[in-house]
Design a protein around this ligand. Structure first.
Ligand SMILES: C[S@@+](CC[C@H](N)C(=O)[O-])C[C@H]1O[C@@H](n2cnc3c(N)ncnc32)[C@H](O)[C@@H]1O
Length: 330
């Protein structure tokens, strides 16, 4: 007889199911139930670290002196792909410490084949444009790119308002609609104003630059930088415009999802030469590890990251002038 088919085990399963209901929390219920009846525990069901793209990424990170036995990529109900802790994390403990050699910053771009082209271009391109250009060029390089294992785990598409059909944006409340249109204008202007710069890169490619640096390629790169970079202030360089140079792409670390209810300390540590994130609250074993992207309301989360947070303590309602007058009159 197969294990767990008899009357006794049916009764035991019913009892377990009832006790997990009373503890509350859909995810925790699933955890206790699946664990108790002897099927694989939830951590192995969610685990994505055996996927070929993560195996490649781990090898790539190891070559750059980063190994983390504690965090594993996993897919969670509600938040999607993120990182899970194999052990419990104490308050104050370093969650992740990523060496500078893994970071993609404007320093990386300047040291690359793009450096000479950026240095001679007038007016100087912005640090954001430099990062986007590098991402598009490396993505185009495919298997020739040393960044391929990182590029392969990046989302293929984004859900920021700038990526949505205008008819969908039209359904947004008025204040959000205005912000979404501003965002679209900003990216379109970046594309239009960068065309000549992209043309100057033609000697680097055998294909026409117009087909490589298309609007959709720039949009993908712009969303990648805007949704995934960490704050890291770099020194001002003459070859860039005066906009702040504060974005660093941090492979693997950028798999951490947001929760408005956790606190973390994040910064580049000049002594260890690592970008470190330290937990300000504890986290249980086999649970998703969250960081906080900032005290953002849902409008800002949607505009900057393409999602909203349920039970967001920073949630607020935007009231436009016209809207306010209408409500006051009724
Ligand atoms: C830094 S990345 C985090 C990793 C990302 N989930 C992934 O699969 O690569 C930021 C993006 O993750 C998603 N995200 C982050 N926190 C989330 C949450 N609490 N709920 C839903 N999606 C979230 C959003 O798409 C956001 O733009």
């Amino acid at each position: 007889m197969k294990k767990g088919r008899g009357r006794t085990s049916r009764i035991r399963r019913r009892k377990l199911s009832r006790s997990s209901e009373s503890r509350g929390g859909a995810f925790r219920d699933a955890h206790s139930f699946i664990h108790d009846v002897g099927t694989p525990d939830i951590s192995s069901l969610l685990n994505e670290s055996c996927k070929p793209e993560f195996i490649e990424l781990k090898k790539w990170l190891k070559d750059r002196k980063f190994e983390d036995p504690n965090l594993i990529p996993a897919r969670f109900p509600g938040t999607g792909r993120g990182l899970m802790s194999k052990t419990s994390l104490r308050e104050g403990q370093v969650i992740i410490s990523l060496p500078a050699s893994c970071l993609l910053t404007t320093d990386t771009v300047i040291r690359s084949y793009l450096g000479a082209y950026i240095a001679k271009w007038q007016p100087p391109p912005s640090p954001l444009l430099a990062l986007c250009t590098f991402l598009v060029a490396e993505k185009h390089a495919g298997t020739r790119s040393p960044w391929k294992p990182y590029l392969d785990i990046l989302p293929k598409a984004y859900a920021l308002p700038v990526c949505l059909e205008p008819k969908v944006v039209n359904l947004f409340p008025r204040p959000l609609k205005a912000k979404a249109r501003e965002q679209r204008t900003r990216v379109q202007e970046l594309f239009t104003s960068s065309r000549d710069f992209f043309s100057s890169l033609q000697p680097l490619f055998s294909e026409a630059v117009e087909s490589i640096f298309s609007y959709s390629a720039l949009l993908w790169a712009w969303c990648t930088v805007n949704t995934r970079s960490v704050y890291m202030k770099l020194r001002r360089r003459q070859c860039f415009s005066a906009e702040p140079d504060t974005c660093a792409l941090a492979p693997y670390l950028d798999l951490l999802n947001h929760s408005p209810n956790v606190q973390v300390k994040a910064a580049f540590n000049e002594e260890t030469r690592c970008y470190e994130i330290r937990a300000a609250s504890s986290c249980r074993r086999h649970e998703e590890v969250f960081i906080c992207y900032g005290p953002h309301d849902n409008q800002r989360l949607l505009l900057e990251y393409g999602f909203v947070s349920t039970r967001n303590p920073h949630a607020c309602v935007y009231v436009s002038e016209g809207n306010f007058d209408e409500k006051m009159e009724s």
